[in-house]
Ligand binder design. Structure first.
Ligand code: PGA
Length: 256
């Protein structure tokens, strides 16, 4: 069975010193044995990357950024490139999170450029997709999710596909306490899985598809039993070491 995944998205919630403290707590609390069974990583804010890198280096817990700009360098005031992120040892980086689409007008086209720049720099993109409540109510979930997937991964080559991660995060579930029903999530994951296989062939079957949106210790036990749910992208519940570690333990136990 492929490894399960747990990725913490700290958003803009923790300062560098708070991020450093949480990273140290995770390092102390997560049993090394579990890190060989589960791919565990955290995504602090840009300003905390150096501190988190220092704490987590050699720990078996990976880290990554929450965003990237697609050009490698140049006159782009305020931006951070994939080349910069690789100097901070980022293994992963989120792209196209719904908060970036909503507040910073990111589009599928910019997502495509971002994931390509990450792959070129040797960083695994975690491409986030998901429908809003309105889109779900209109019956457009599949159309929206597949548009975001195929356009966001436009031009993906089969030999790069094994380095991509997809996160399905229904917007209505993010930060609301309304976790998707496991069957609802699995149904969308299945369509994503099928589409990935159509896009890149058999390697598409291996691409991890994470679920995100109010994933908590209380809700993930059932979700992880579904075959196309490879793990979780966790916001709120990743901000406390106890709940994040609990989620890792739950997944490890069920996946044994
Ligand atoms: P949440 O956030 O777990 O707080 O719902 C998930 C995310 O936005 O990645």
């Amino acid at each position: 069975m492929p490894k399960a995944w747990i990725v913490g998205n700290w958003k803009m919630n923790l300062s560098p010193s708070e991020s450093s403290r949480l990273a140290s707590d995770l390092k102390k609390m997560i049993p090394t044995k579990l890190l060989s069974e589960i791919d565990v990583s955290v995504c602090p804010g840009f300003a905390a990357l150096a501190a988190v890198q220092q704490v987590l280096s050699g720990s078996g817990i990976a880290w990554g950024a929450q965003n990237v700009f697609w050009e490698p360098k140049g006159a782009y005031t305020g931006e951070v490139s994939a080349r910069d992120l690789s100097e901070f040892g980022c293994r992963y980086t989120l792209v196209g999170h719904s908060e970036r689409r909503q507040y910073f007008h990111e589009t599928d086209a910019t997502v495509a450029k971002k994931q390509k720049s990450l792959l070129a720099a040797g960083i695994h993109p975690i491409v986030c997709i998901g429908e809003t409540q309105d889109e779900r109510d209109r019956g457009d979930t599949e159309t929206v999710v597949l548009r975001q997937l195929t356009h966001g991964l436009d031009g993906l080559r089969a030999d790069d596909a094994s380095r991509v991660v997809v996160a399905y995060e229904p917007v209505w579930a993010i930060g609301t306490g309304r976790t998707a029903h496991p069957e609802e999530a699995q149904a969308v994951h299945t369509v994503i899985r099928r589409t990935l296989a159509e896009m890149v062939g058999p390697v598409g079957e291996q691409i991890p598809i994470l679920y995100g949106g109010s994933a908590t210790p209380e809700t993930i036990g059932e979700l992880i039993q579904y075959p196309d749910i490879s793990g979780f992208l966790v916001g709120g519940a990743s901000l406390k070491a106890e709940s994040f570690v609990k989620m890792i333990e739950i997944v490890a136990e069920i996946r044994q």
